[in-house]
Design a protein. Structure first.
Length: 74
């Protein structure tokens, strides 16, 4: 299910590991120890790099994009 435009993913706790995580385009990205300055900085950087219009193909860091699949190319 696609997200609405303007949605900012939440900074969340992964309870089993104690890690901070964010889910962007269906990908779980672990940021480091929850609540640490390092994890907050990574979260802020990822959010700043997100395209404003919600189009994952433009402006996003290439390492955050999923590879093309047959279904996505149709």
């Amino acid at each position: 299910m696609p997200r609405r435009n303007g949605h900012v993913p939440s900074y969340r706790l992964h309870k089993p590991s104690g890690q901070a995580r964010v889910i962007i385009n269906g990908e779980h990205i672990y940021l480091g120890q929850y609540g640490s300055a390092e994890s907050r900085e990574k979260y802020a950087r990822l959010i700043a790099e997100m395209p404003a219009n919600g189009d994952s193909a433009s402006g996003a860091d290439a390492s955050l994009q999923r590879p093309a699949t047959v279904n996505r190319l149709r």
